[in-house]
Design a protein around this ligand. Structure first.
Ligand code: GLA
Length: 403
């Protein structure tokens, strides 16, 4: 799916309300005649520290909203038309805000899908003239889709917080993605984009929806994303296939263990008792999810106890499980994890997000960041023929109005 994007090393227009408002006056001068009418809204991307492919299995996740994201400067209109221009390319798309009709197979679908979902929920939807900038690198698996949907929900609500409670908005974004875009994903990405807190990761129980911020360890630690530069192959179809395999595992396990309605309910002992009677692929998918849920809880405990050695071990085990049991890694992501693991001062590394390409997330002692960057920039191209990108990310606030 095409996404608006920017290089991670270019300036942060997405987060500069004055510059973004100035672009709006350039591209939609007729709408932006009164500077007081311009609003600027922003929604961040995320990295997930641990808990991958657990959200749609009603399990646990530990994402972090990051400082990078998508900003829209807009003027609300009363004509019911949403017209939005990409700051980077000047491409403009439009749709009827409350009744967008068929997808255009373009980035604007994520905006239009929110109009569709807000209208379906009976919420007010306003037209606007807007300009959009992103500083989330393309295809990085840092949730540019969720950031775009969340910031669009604000833009379509006149530049204000949508008139629904934040967890309700999380579910509306999922409705848009499942019903309009056609990806059967869970709630982690938009939850992080909406609930993000500076300096905190967010532990979410995707069944009860209970959540709490987890303080990230002190100043001397850094979160580093390494972008593999490899396209996320077959992402939508492979992602939906993984979901279907989990549902099949649940159906088979529940025939033997009544009361199981999601992989969240399966204990390691239960899985051992039924494994001989399941398809091998169902066992592998279920094993990953059952273990990964436990890893999230263990990681939270270890973070809170300052036990970084355990956090690191859990990161590497999670990556191995995603590679060997869930089959969502790639040779490129494995190479990035190998290089990180061989770098002194790296505490842990794993793929983050859906997989199939995109980024790894690395927990690193701050003074080891230059060495990690150097090792990745030197060894990764030699191993893969691809150019990586290495950048620090910072736990940041969720969606908000900037001006
Ligand atoms: C994507 C989806 C999320 C989640 C992750 C994997 O980011 O959007 O809902 O399933 O993959 O953990």
């Amino acid at each position: 799916m095409p996404e608006p994007h920017a290089d991670p090393n270019t300036g942060a227009l997405a987060r500069d309300p004055d510059a973004l408002a100035a672009r709006l006056r350039e591209v939609h001068p007729e709408a932006a005649t009164n500077p007081g009418d311009v609003r600027v809204v922003f929604a961040p991307g995320r990295v997930n520290l641990i808990g991958e492919h657990t959200d749609y299995n009603e399990g646990f996740v530990l994402p972090v909203a990051i400082e990078r994201g998508i900003g829209i400067a807009l003027v609300p209109t009363d004509d019911g038309v949403a017209r939005l221009t990409l700051a980077e390319t000047g491409e403009t798309r439009e749709f009827t805000a409350a009744a967008p009709g068929a997808r255009q197979n373009a980035w604007v679908d994520y905006v239009a899908g929110m109009g569709w979902a807000l209208a379906e929920a009976g919420l007010p939807v306003r037209g606007f003239r807007g300009v959009l900038a992103s500083d989330l690198p393309q295809g990085a698996g840092l949730s540019s889709s969720a950031a775009l949907e969340v910031v669009s929900a604000w833009a379509l609500s006149g530049g204000d917080r949508p008139g629904i409670d934040p967890m309700g908005l999380v579910h509306l974004v999922k409705r848009s993605e499942n019903g309009y875009i056609g990806l059967n994903n869970g709630i982690m990405d938009q939850f992080a984009s909406i609930f993000g807190e500076p300096g905190r990761a967010l532990l979410l129980d995707c069944r009860s929806l209970d959540h709490r911020p987890i303080r990230l360890v002190g100043q001397d630690l850094a979160l580093v994303a390494c972008h593999s530069g490899s396209p996320r192959r077959l992402e939508t179809s492979a992602y939906n296939e993984r979901r279907a395999q989990c549902d099949a595992a649940v159906a088979a396990i529940s025939a033997l263990e009544p009361g199981v309605t999601a992989l969240r309910d399966v204990t390691p002992a239960m899985l051992d008792a039924v494994r001989d009677r399941l398809e091998p692929v169902a066992v592998r998918r279920a094993q990953h999810v059952v273990d990964e849920d436990q890893r999230v809880l263990d990681a939270v405990e270890a973070f809170e106890a300052g036990d970084l050695a355990t956090v690191g071990r859990l990161f590497y085990t999670s990556h191995a499980s995603l590679r060997d049991l869930y089959d969502v890694s790639s040779p490129e992501l494995d190479a990035l994890v190998d290089i990180a693991q061989a770098t002194p001062g790296v505490i842990g590394a794993r793929l983050t997000g859906a997989g199939f390409g995109g980024c790894t997330i690395n927990l690193v002692h701050r003074d080891a960041v230059p060495m990690l960057r150097e090792n990745v920039l030197r060894d990764y191209p030699a191993r893969t023929g691809l150019t990586p990108r290495v950048f620090e990310v910072e736990a940041s606030a969720g969606a908000r109005r900037l001006a």
